[in-house]
Design a protein around this ligand. Structure first.
Ligand SMILES: Cc1ncc(COP(=O)(O)O)c(C=O)c1O
Length: 388
């Protein structure tokens, strides 16, 4: 085998020294408080059987897409899934990408141009950051969920832009932040965008399936869809399967098909992925889906009541989503607490720096429809003993 260059080995050693070395976990064991499968759809037998039935009804027996969607990889099942997404999410167009990562790098690397500016919340997901880094536009972060800072930055960009009429401003946020579980004031951000003619892009990865009627997301819950330039929705979280889509205008759709390199230069999703996406959406809108969403929201409310009762709410970032983060400073410290939970058969993950800023290391609890109240109560009582 070829030898890893010394400078790369040194990077690994540095990670080890800060107790931040990543490695693949063994088979997941313990009660799930860490997966993104908020509604239990990833293991839902009804959805699995429905996806199989969709494929056999259509007599689709292909294992793979066979090429890029622009070449041989675009079966009619893509059109069916995209039609469903357009209707469900009240969007003029929906374009399916292989993952949320691909959707974000495709969008941000191709849409903002050299004269343009991207203003992004400092806590946006790595996939958006990577897309921004691939773009030729200028980019600046604003303080997390801080409208005043965003406003000041818009004014600064406006001022510096002078008479250049050829420049656009893109503002990027998430409707539920993946590491903090909190949400921005989307309506106020959209008002700012309207006033200063900025384009608002919202990543809804952790809101789809959880928020909004039938789980259609935070943007639709607030009825803001008409004003949003692009929404990123992903299927690997509450939908329990895989893939993502960008919702927007028909022109944006046409543009991405022509210029988003992560859409163009890759093999399309296989038919069974599309069938699973369709089946998962059908489940979301069924009585069974409603039951799971209600159970999830009961658990979110119960979790918040319990952290109040136990006097530990000040260690948590306030959240009404499925993600609840308890700050425990230091990689060593947070790893130690997570290990204790693991020994007690709970799967709760420590989130280490540099994934989050130093001093903001945390235990990240992901709540699900299938978590029992007893388990929630037990973990929080154990946590209270650790941190009090
Ligand atoms: C906010 C956000 N956007 C995008 C992604 C990427 O989605 P996917 O897992 O489908 O690549 C994630 C996944 O962690 C995410 O949390």
């Amino acid at each position: 085998m070829g030898r890893l260059p010394d400078k790369l080995r040194k990077r690994l050693v540095d990670r080890e020294k800060t107790n931040a070395l990543r490695s693949l976990p063994k088979e997941i064991q313990g009660i799930d408080f860490s997966s993104n499968d908020y509604l239990g759809i990833a293991k839902n037998r009804i959805v699995f059987e429905k996806a199989k039935a969709i494929l056999s009804d259509k007599e689709i027996f292909n294992n793979g897409a066979t090429g890029s969607r622009l070449l041989t990889g675009n079966g009619s099942i893509f059109s069916e899934a995209e039609k469903l997404l357009r209707e469900f999410h009240k969007a003029d167009s929906a374009l399916i990408f292989n993952s949320g990562y691909d959707a974000n790098i495709g969008l941000f690397s191709s849409v903002p141009q050299r004269d343009d500016t991207i203003l992004y919340d400092e806590f946006i997901h790595a996939s958006i950051r990577d897309g921004i880094n691939m773009s030729n536009a200028r980019s600046y972060k604003f303080n997390h969920n801080d409208l005043e800072d965003l406003y000041a930055q818009i004014l600064r960009v406006e001022h510096n832009g002078g008479s250049n009429k050829n420049r656009e401003i893109y503002i990027v946020t998430e409707s539920v932040f993946s590491m903090d579980g909190d949400s921005p004031d989307l309506k106020a951000i959209l008002d700012l965008c309207r006033k200063y003619q900025c384009h608002l892009i919202v990543d809804e990865a952790h809101a789809i399936g959880v928020l909004g009627s039938n789980g259609n997301g935070r943007v639709q819950e607030l009825e803001l869809q008409e004003g949003i330039f692009a929404r990123i929705i992903t299927f690997g979280k509450a939908l329990g399967c895989h893939g993502a889509a960008i919702l927007g205008s028909e022109d944006l759709n046409k543009y991405l098909i022509n210029f988003a390199r992560s859409f163009i230069y890759t093999t399309g999703l296989p038919p069974h992925s599309l069938a699973t996406i369709i089946a998962a959406y059908k489940f979301l809108t069924s009585p069974g889906g409603l039951v799971q969403r209600d159970l999830l929201h009961e658990n979110i409310a119960y979790f918040n009541e319990e952290i109040e009762r136990l006097g530990i709410s000040s260690s948590f970032i306030p959240s009404y989503s499925a993600i609840h983060s308890c700050i425990i400073k230091g990689n060593n410290e947070v790893k130690k607490v997570a290990q204790k939970f693991k020994n007690n058969s709970f799967d709760i993950r420590p989130i280490l720096s540099p994934t989050v800023p130093e001093g903001k290391e945390r235990l990240r609890f992901c709540l699900h429809s299938f978590n029992s109240k007893e388990d929630i109560c037990t973990i929080l009582e154990q946590l209270a003993q650790e941190i009090n």
